[in-house]
Design a protein around this ligand. Structure first.
Ligand code: KG4
Ligand code: ZN
Length: 335
C-alpha cells in the first residue's frame, strides 16, 4: 500500500503543507510565503513570522488535502519540522501537527529541518550511500556525510555567518531587498571578479567555513567608497563576492568528496539555487570526480518547503522513530 504522509514546515518564514507519497513523489506542496511582510525590515522578524503562521496553517492543511484529493483516513502519518528554526514559528507547526494527528488518530513524526533539505534530493533520484551533502541556507553552511540512509554526520560547518546570511547582509549594503541571494546571483552573472575578496580557510585542513571576514571586507570597501564619493561597479562587486563564496564552497566540498568514499554529492538549502555555485560544481565534478553523481534539487525545492519534510519523515517512519504529544520545538537542533 502506498504511504501518504502529510508534512508541515514552519521553521522560518514559509508556512508549508505537503502530501508526499512513498517518500519520493509530491502530491501537493503548498507554500504560503511571508516575504512581503519581512522585506521592509530587511530580515525575518520572528514575532511577525509566528503571527502569519497562525493565520495560514489551517488553510494550508485544508488546501493540501483538497488539492491532493486525500482524506485524513488515507494518511500513514503526520510529520512536522521540530527544529532547528525560530521557536515561535516552529511551535505553530508543531501544535497544528499534534492537533491534526490527535484528532485523526495518526502517528506523529518530528523531523530535523536540515535532514529535510537533504531529502529534497529524493525527488530527483534515488539517493545511494555513502553520500555527501553540502547544506547551504540562510542559517546553515555544513558539509554532512551520509554513510547510510537516515544517518547524518557533520564533518564541517561555518564558524560564523552562514553563506545565505552573508548574501543577505551584503545585499542590504547594496540597497537590495531581503532576501538578496537571488538578486546578487543575477547581478554576478553580468560581472567579473575584479575586486578579489578574501577566501577564508580555503586551504586549511578542516572542512569548516567562515564568511564574516568576506562580509566585513565587502562592507568596508562599500563604506570607504561612499565616504570618498567614489562609484563602485555594482555588477563586478556582486561577481567578486559570489566568486569568493563559490570558490570556498566548491574547494572544500570537492576535497570532502575525494576523502570520503561517496557515490553522490547532494547540494541543498536556499543557496543551492545559486547558478554560479551550480555551474562551478558541475564543471569541477566532471573533471575531478567523474564517478560522483551531482544532485541539485529543482529550484522550487531548494528553499523551505514541506515536501522535503515529508520525504525525511518517510525514512524516520521506516526506522520506527515516532514522536508523542509531548513533542517540543528544538530551535538549535543539530543532527
Ligand atoms: O533554505 P532557505 O530557504 O531558508 C533557510 O532555512 O535559511 O534559504 C534562504 C537563503 C537566503 O539567505 C537567500 O538569500 C538564499 O537562501 N538564496 C540564495 C539564492 N536563492 C536563495 N543565495 C544565493 N543565490 C541564490 N540564487
Ligand atoms: Zn531551510
Amino acid at each position: 500500500m502506498d504511504e501518504l504522509i502529510l508534512a508541515i514546515e514552519s521553521s522560518c518564514d514559509e508556512t508549508s503543507v505537503a502530501i508526499v507519497k512513498n517518500g519520493s513523489t509530491i502530491l501537493t506542496n503548498i507554500i504560503a510565503s511571508q516575504i512581503k511582510s519581512h522585506e521592509r525590515f530587511g530580515g525575518v522578524v520572528p514575532e511577525v513570522a509566528s503571527r502569519h503562521h497562525v493565520e495560514q496553517i489551517g488553510y494550508c492543511i485544508q488546501d493540501a488535502l483538497e488539492e491532493a484529493d486525500v482524506s485524513p483516513e488515507e494518511l500513514a502519518a503526520v510529520a512536522v519540522t521540530k527544529g532547528p528554526g525560530l521557536v515561535g514559528a516552529l511551535l505553530i507547526g508543531i501544535t497544528a501537527a499534534k492537533a491534526f494527528a490527535w484528532a485523526n488518530d495518526l502517528p506523529l513524526i518530528g523531523v530535523n529541518h536540515m535532514a529535510g533539505h537533504i531529502c529534497a534530493a529524493r525527488f530527483v533520484t534515488e539517493v545511494t550511500y555513502p553520500a555527501m551533502a553540502l547544506l547551504v541556507s540562510g542559517g546553515h553552511t555544513e558539509l554532512v556525510y551520509l554513510p547510510a540512509e537516515g544517518v547524518y554526520e557533520i564533518i564541517g560547518e561555518t564558524r560564523d555567518d552562514a553563506a545565505g546570511e552573508a548574501y543577505d547582509k551584503v545585499g542590504r549594503v547594496l540597497g537590495l531587498t531581503y532576501p538578496s541571494g537571488k538578486k546578487i546571483d543575477e547581478l554576478a552573472h553580468k560581472g567579473k571578479d575584479t575586486y578579489h575578496f578574501p577566501r577564508a580557510m580555503l586551504n586549511d585542513d578542516t572542512y569548516d567555513f567562515s564568511f564574516s571576514g568576506l562580509k566585513s571586507s565587502f562592507i568596508n570597501l562599500v563604506h570607504n567608497a561612499q565616504q570618498r564619493q567614489e562609484e563602485l561597479d555594482q555588477v563586478n562587486l556582486a561577481a567578486s563576492f559570489q566568486a569568493s563564496v563559490v570558490d570556498v564552497l566548491v574547494t572544500k566540498t570537492i576535497r570532502a568528496c575525494q576523502e570520503f568514499p561517496v557515490q553522490q554529492l547532494i547540494v541543498a538549502g536556499g543557496v543551492a539555487a545559486n547558478q554560479g555555485l551550480r555551474e562551478r560544481l558541475a564543471e569541477t565534478i566532471k573533471t575531478t570526480l567523474p564517478n560522483v553523481e551531482l544532485i541539485f534539487p529543482p529550484l522550487k525545492l531548494c528553499g523551505d518547503n514541506a515536501a522535503m519534510i515529508g520525504s525525511a519523515a518517510s525514512i524516520e517512519r521506516k526506522k520506527g522513530h515516532f514522536a508523542d504529544l509531548a513533542l517540543n520545538a528544538e530551535p538549535s537542533l543539530a543532527f
